[in-house]
Design a protein around this ligand. Structure first.
Ligand SMILES: [Fe+2]
Length: 175
């Protein structure tokens, strides 16, 4: 999605276009960002878990490979250097190109990517992606049946033939 500024003679009119159009792809980390490349894809569904949530705004942010969000002080959601947003496609689909995040330097929090999703009514839904091969993940979540479920935070990444980690995560809104 892109905001377009339209400047008229004598007046300044800012018109935000693309509220319901745009790419369902975002790049959080460019090719030069240190780290292992990661491709995340999935679909977003309404609370029933079956109806695709199309044209839904998603924002992502994460730490770098060393577990650092940014050099400024402040909330990670504000200062994260690796971030991006998109609008889901007609089937609720989304795709993110990034790197695998590192665990926080405290060594206790599993590596993760934050999801901030804005429902059509303006309410905000938070989710996250964790990785089942992370030694810091909470195994009790797996024991509770979260691992492997399409909507779970914890998902299993697989490295493809090109050495890129791929992982799929679906989102169920309203939960
Ligand atoms: Fe975080």
């Amino acid at each position: 999605m892109r905001a377009t500024t339209v400047v008229c003679a004598g007046t300044l009119a800012v018109i935000t276009l693309g509220a319901v159009v745009g790419s369902w792809r975002a790049t959080l980390a460019g090719e030069n960002e240190p780290g292992e490349r990661l491709f995340v894809s999935g679909r977003v569904f309404k609370a029933d878990g079956r109806t695709p949530a199309a044209k839904t705004r998603m924002m992502f942010y994460q730490a770098d490979k060393n577990g650092i969000y940014g050099t400024r002080s402040g909330s990670p959601s504000e200062i994260a250097r690796l971030r991006g947003s998109l609008v889901t496609g007609p089937e609720g689909q989304y795709e993110v190109w990034t790197i695998r995040p590192g665990a926080y330097p405290n060594g206790r929090t599993p590596a993760h990517i934050h999801y901030v999703i804005t429902n059509h009514d303006g309410s905000v839904h938070h989710d996250a992606l964790e990785f089942s091969d992370d030694p810091l993940v909470d195994t009790s979540k797996a024991a509770g049946g979260a691992s492997g479920a399409a909507f779970a935070q914890m998902q299993t990444p697989v490295k493809d033939a090109k050495g890129v980690w791929t992982v799929r995560k679906d989102v169920r809104l309203g939960k």
